[in-house]
Design a binder for this molecule. Structure first.
Ligand SMILES: NC(=O)C1=CN([C@@H]2O[C@H](COP(=O)(O)OP(=O)(O)OC[C@H]3O[C@@H](n4cnc5c(N)ncnc54)[C@H](O)[C@@H]3O)[C@@H](O)[C@H]2O)C=CC1
Ligand SMILES: O=C([O-])C1=[NH+]CCC1
Length: 304
């Protein structure tokens, strides 16, 4: 039955989305994705349209989970703004559809993008960091840096958190150089808009886990060749990584496994080795986040 469209604004998404409910759903979705069972989940690599005049791109990120009744697409615009710009790098909207009737719910995608990306990095750390990890370093101080800080503080108890270049709020050590931030760190999160390597393997402690979130174009880098070749490399999607990750394509590093493979138990988690999780972002992550927001919204509105 056709229902009128629903619009859910940013402040409401912010109120409704919680990491404790989001993380288990994302783990299930990552696992389902890695089985490559099209009866369960269909998610092509995102389509990108370059916005040359604005130094950015628009990405279209569809996903369909037949058995879960989830159909959605995110529209995301990403701009390679200069360092120091106050404008957001990422603007996003998620459209959730009823698969049977095509009814539309439209919601803000910025909070979803910030939170689901950070949550997936936290899942990578849960699976791949060495036991007893004490020091977290975050490179970047934008939106993703903040969401990563929030979820890592909620999920883990690090003794020290270092941030390059300026501090986010909270008990963190502000570092003036990347080397100072990452030397001796057990977990490193890279959430910059860099297009050249900023994190070098020679500074990274053996056995550290790196969640590499920026550098989402085939010619952009955050990590150098030494790190990419020394580490065991995991990705959210093999196809996404091979199509979009400059760190993987240009270094020639191999993707050892997807996070979903580790969740499914089909590939090991090499906690004892240096690991890189290369995150590109997937439509299915937005789909399960949007479904969670809509279900919570519906529950609240049916009580009114
Ligand atoms: N893997 C995924 O699913 C997602 C990845 N991203 C990526 O995460 C990165 C950060 O996104 P946001 O936090 O939203 O952006 P933002 O603009 O809020 O923050 C970017 C950060 O990078 C720093 N930065 C900019 N240019 C730099 C340079 N040349 N060298 C060093 N640092 C520089 C800025 O100072 C700022 O701290 C972007 O590359 C974006 O593409 C964003 C959303 C999802
Ligand atoms: O998955 C996502 O939304 C994005 N990945 C890189 C820029 C935005």
């Amino acid at each position: 039955m056709a229902n009128p469209p629903v619009i859910i604004w940013k402040d409401e998404v912010e109120r409704l989305l919680r990491y404790r409910e989001l993380i288990p759903r994302l783990e299930v979705a990552l696992g389902k994705f890695s089985w490559r069972d099209s009866a369960e989940l269909i998610q092509p690599v995102r389509t990108t349209v370059p916005l040359q005049k604005h130094d950015g791109f628009m990405g279209l990120m569809p996903a369909y989970m037949e058995n879960d009744g989830v159909l959605s697409t995110k529209f995301v615009c990403f701009y390679k703004r200069e360092d120091g710009s106050t404008l957001p790098a990422t603007q996003a909207t998620v459209v959730l559809l009823d698969p049977e009737y095509g009814n539309v719910k439209v919601m803000d995608g910025e909070v979803i993008t910030d939170m689901r990306t950070a949550a997936v990095s936290a899942i990578s750390a849960k699976l791949l960091m060495r036991p007893g990890a004490e020091v977290l370093a975050i490179l970047g101080t934008g939106r993703q840096a903040l969401s990563h800080y929030n979820v890592f503080m909620e999920m883990f108890s690090f003794k020290e958190v270092r941030v390059w270049k300026t501090p986010v709020s909270g008990p963190v050590t502000a570092c003036v150089s990347v080397e100072e931030a990452v030397r001796g760190a057990d977990v490193i999160v890279t959430v910059t808009r860099c297009t050249e390597p900023v994190l070098f393997g020679q500074w990274v402690k053996a056995g550290a886990h790196v969640a590499a979130v920026g550098a989402c174009r085939p010619n952009w880098r955050e990590l150098d060749d030494v790190l990419m070749k020394e580490a065991v490399v995991y990705a959210d999607s093999r196809e996404g990584a091979m199509a979009e990750s400059g760190d993987i394509i240009l270094s020639g590093a191999e993707v050892f496994a997807e996070l979903g493979d580790v969740i499914n138990g089909t590939k090991p988690a090499h906690r004892e080795k240096t690991t890189v999780f290369k995150s590109l972002g997937m439509g299915v992550q937005d789909a399960v986040s949007a479904k969670l927001v809509f279900d919570q919204w519906k529950a609240r509105h049916s009580q009114l």
